[in-house]
Design a protein around this ligand. Sequence first.
Ligand SMILES: CC(C)(COP(=O)(O)OP(=O)(O)OC[C@H]1O[C@@H](n2cnc3c(N)ncnc32)[C@H](O)[C@@H]1OP(=O)(O)O)[C@@H](O)C(=O)NCCC(=O)NCCS
Length: 142
Amino acid sequence: MPYADGDEQDVIDRLRASGRLVLSLVAIMDAEVVGHIAFSNALLSDSHDPWLALGPVSVTPNHQRSGIGSALINKGLEIIEKQGAPGCILTGNPDYYQRFGFKLAPDNVPANESELYFMVKAFTPTPPRGIFRFDEAFYYDL
Ligand SMILES: CC(C)(COP(=O)(O)OP(=O)(O)OC[C@H]1O[C@@H](n2cnc3c(N)ncnc32)[C@H](O)[C@@H]1OP(=O)(O)O)[C@@H](O)C(=O)NCCC(=O)NCCS
């Protein structure tokens, strides 16, 4: 994907190793893990609000397009909203993520991210003010 680095599995390892994998959900079918979603902290400039970042999310190829990704995303968003996050950010395909209420957010796009793929979903009517930053695990340079 144009917005993907191809190292998403390493990002999850780095988040887990650093203790900053805030929320990790798996989908299980017939005792087999068929999907996973990760959430980590998102930093908003000039703010201590506990925004979170969604991703990576993945479903094994032979189980894609059967609703598992949507279930992981909806359940994850439900949990972080209940836990008090003001909202969630991600980098991804707008055609997919807009159905979950994410909107392009060119005013808040992190440095080195594309405003064509950076999206925000606020759980409150107040939109975020400032520039976001993903966890450093996303920027590790091998
Ligand atoms: C993206 C992904 C997690 C979606 O999970 P899924 O279980 O296949 O998705 P769902 O069954 O819940 O939703 C299917 C819908 O999403 C759409 N869709 C799936 N992947 C998409 C993508 N990359 N871009 C746009 N739309 C996508 C399908 O067209 C389908 O749309 P429809 O309902 O209108 O037919 C899964 O396809 C995947 O693992 N892809 C490879 C990894 C990846 O790209 N992850 C995202 C970036 S980290």
